[in-house]
Structures are given as structure tokens and as C-alpha cells.
Design a protein around this ligand. Sequence first.
Ligand SMILES: [Fe+2]
Length: 241
Amino acid sequence: MEYYDIHNHILPGVDDGSQSLEESMAMIDIAYREGTRNLVLTPHYMRGRNKYTREELRGRFVDFQDKVRDKYPDIKLYLGNEILYEEGVEEDLRAGLIQTMNDTKYVLVEFNIRISYNQIYQAVRKLVGARYRPIIAHVERYRSLFKHVDRIEELIGMEAALQMNISSVYGGLLDDDARWCKKLVKEGYISFFGTDAHDLESRAPYIQDYLGWIRKKCGEEAIEEMFVTNPEKMLRNEYLE
Ligand SMILES: [Fe+2]
């Protein structure tokens, strides 16, 4: 299976992720060995605090893509942004300042960790109202969603898709966070996984150890849906099922 990683900070020198081409290439080496063949590079977008404009980002992306293609002709790269949701983000989207996922209507959106549920709800409503398709980045991180299946279902009902960081499924029975994550996965609430890789150490783009658990609990079909079929649909701007 040729896995997709739809959330990572591998594009060098643009945010708090990889700081050099060498580091980025070493991250790509890991991703390749892990079986990942398609990556959406998603540098942070923070209103008014970005190192590069969208155009500059695209230029740097094309340069990096050339380097990766030389070493791994079978890896495909795409570009997106991980957007920190703030007042006015919709205006920036409309003005074309933000890179959507592979130029589709899908946008990867993160929130402040302590955001209230009402604020998440309003943000999703606004984005959907503006005809975007929000993917909530690392949904397991927000305390206002923790153990609130009703809220999770409401967001999905509003056409938000949920992304989980793959390392979050790691943890034993006594680990409350890991238990909640596993429940979300098992019950089919998660549409996408990403590594959210930032470096070669604590946040490197490993997937195989975690895939083992998901495969055991949810089966191969679920893996294919979350790691291949859904990303393919998203990158073609199609609706998920
Ligand atoms: Fe991220």
C-alpha cells in the first residue's frame, strides 16, 4: 500500500519544522522506508506572522520537489498550509493568501489548544459557509472535545473531517488520552492520519509501529480508507463518504 501523510512540516526552512534541506531529505528517507509515497507538506500559516508569502512558499516547494524527485521518483509531493484559526482567516483565504490542500477546497485547520467548543463550532460554521471543507488538525489535542462524542458527531455532521496524529494512538489501557484516541479511530470518526513530523527525533515521520495497532483493531480496509482512499479523494477535491 502506498501511504499518504497529509500533515507534516518537512518543507525546509519555512516554519518550526525542518530547518535545512539535509534534515528534510533525511525525513523523506524515513518516510520512504516506512512506506509513505505521497506527502502533503503543510507549513504553518499564522496571520501576519509568516516568514514567506504563498507565492514564495510555492517556489520553495517546487525546488524541494525537484530534489525529492531526483532521489525518489516514486514519491509524490503536494502543498498545503496548516492554518491557525484566528479571526479573519476567511478573508485571507478569499484573498488567496493561504495555500489550501493541493489547491482544493479542503483546508487543514488547527486551533489554540484551550479553545472552547463554541469557538470551534463557530469556526467550522464560518468555513463551511464560505464553501471550504475544514479538516480539523490533530483533533485529539483540544480539551473541549476530549471525551465529547456528541461534539465530535456534531462537527462531522457539519461536514468537517477529522485528522489525528498517528503517534497519538500509542499508549496502554491506563493512558486516558490514548484510550480516547483509539475510541475515535475504532468508531470511524477519523478520516485522515498525519505524522505532523517536525524533525528527526521526537517528531519524525514514522508510521509502521502505529499502523500495526490500527490494523489489528480496525482491519486493513480501514487503513486503506484513512491512509489512501480518503487522501486521494481529498486531493482531487471530491467528497468523502
Ligand atoms: Fe502541524
